[in-house]
Write a protein that binds this ligand. Structure first.
Ligand code: NAD
Ligand code: TYD
Length: 361
């Protein structure tokens, strides 16, 4: 019998990339549970819609009865939990959904898994894995010259998003420590790549550039993030699932720290050469400094040496190669962009950026 895994949030950005890669590599069947919030999109999964190894289920990780039924029906040997509310700005506007899905939802998911896992045979219990996908943002913000986050760094989340992810990480840790559930946690830096919803910096800038809109930079643009190409994150998760030590945490990062303004200028340069503006000017002319994000974290940096040294993972893409692939994907998939930027999306950008003094409607 082929191996089955349950993926949650597999219609979102990273989850969809993970599902597409898993099936492309022929690693077994995927049961994909997703609530299809504004960020979840079945169009991300068009390539596997007729693949019998992909079973899509529309539902909530907080629906314990549904998750219990899926576990009984499909008998997966692992869960990879991507499902979350993931956008910091939305968490500032309205934290409740973040608490509901990231904290309460993860709790119900863990409870359903614990009940199922407890009644397995000893051998199956030992082989089972609950892999929780988390973020470097749980560690808080770094001073410019501070060492990058290791797995020992104290948690100090600053936004409702990162606080809710931190809470879920703690629940996962507690379920291992208390009940012996075989958990693994990954804390990754900022991802970018295909299928990234254009509310986040990189896809938003590509989309706004091409549609002649301002490229909004919060505050000074000097905040620093570490960027990792999404399929490298997916490969790291597969490696941790395969060989990670139960109960452990693994940081995942790209060794690629950049200030936001540099990221945006890089995108402008690439677009200038691949899709020049009709007036011959640079897309950089569209850059617009807007009011800063509340509580904006200054710097994230990940030390991923544990994952490299213990499990041999390192990223395949540099920022130069990854960002070029990303721009190419957006240029080739304007229909996808047009579909996801209709309706609710317009309402979000109009409201959010109007508050920072910019018209993006
Ligand atoms: P995303 O917002 O693009 O996708 C989230 C997916 O989860 C969507 O398909 C959504 O419909 C689904 N979902 C939301 N609530 C749900 C619920 N209650 N039940 C079932 N499904 C639900 O997010 P992403 O960027 O793909 O991030 C995936 C995971 O990776 C998140 O846990 C996030 O915290 C983590 N992460 C993201 C990044 C990043 O840079 N994007 C970096 C590190 C970690
Ligand atoms: P984002 O992509 O939202 O990811 P995160 O907040 O999880 O790091 O933002 C990346 C950085 O870009 C962050 O420092 C905020 C900044 N940013 C802007 O300057 N302008 C924007 O319009 C957005 C969405 C983000």
């Amino acid at each position: 019998m082929t191996k089955t895994i349950l993926v949650t949030g597999g219609a979102g950005f990273i989850g969809a990339n993970f599902v597409l890669e898993w099936l492309r590599l022929g690693l077994g069947r995927v049961v994909n549970l997703d609530k299809l919030t504004y960020a979840g999109n079945l169009e991300n999964l068009t390539a596997v819609q007729h693949n019998p190894q992909h079973v899509f289920v529309h539902g909530d990780i907080g629906d314990q009865a549904l998750v219990s039924k899926l576990l009984q029906d499909y008998q997966p040997s692992a869960i990879v939990n991507f499902a979350a509310e993931s956008h910091v700005d939305r968490s500032i506007h309205g934290p409740e959904d973040f608490i509901q899905t990231n904290v309460v939802g993860t709790f119900h998911l863990l409870e359903a898994v614990r009940a199922y896992w407890t009644q397995l045979s000893t051998v199956d219990r030992q082989a089972w894995r609950f892999l929780h996908v988390s973020t470097d943002e749980v560690y808080g913000s770094l001073m410019p010259d501070a060492a990058a986050f290791t797995e020992q760094h104290a948690y100090a989340p600053n936004s409702p998003y990162s606080a809710s992810k931190a809470a879920s990480d703690h629940l996962v840790r507690a379920y291992h420590h208390t009940y012996g559930l075989p958990t693994l946690t990954t804390n990754c830096s900022n991802n970018y790549g295909p299928h990234h919803f254009p509310e986040k910096l990189i896809p938003l800038v590509i989309h706004n550039a091409l549609t002649g809109k301002p490229l909004p930079i919060y505050g000074s643009g000097q905040q620093i993030r570490d960027w990792l190409y999404v399929t490298d994150h997916c490969a790291a998760i597969r490696r941790v699932l395969e060989a990670g030590k139960v109960g452990e945490v693994y940081n995942v990062g790209g060794w690629n720290e950049m200030a936001n303004i540099e990221v945006v200028k890089t995108l402008c340069r690439i677009l200038d050469s691949k899709k020049p503006r009709s007036d011959g000017k640079s897309y950089a002319e569209q850059i617009s400094f807007v009011e800063d994000r509340l509580g904006h974290d200054q710097r994230y940096a990940i030390d991923a040496s544990k994952l490299h040294q213990e499990l041999g993972w390192k990223p395949a893409e540099s920022f130069d190669t990854g960002i070029e692939k990303t721009v190419d994907w957006y240029l080739a998939n304007q229909d996808w962009v047009n579909n996801v930027t209709s309706g609710d999306y317009r309402h979000w950008v109009a409201k959010h950026y109007a508050e920072r003094g910019e018209e993006l409607a």
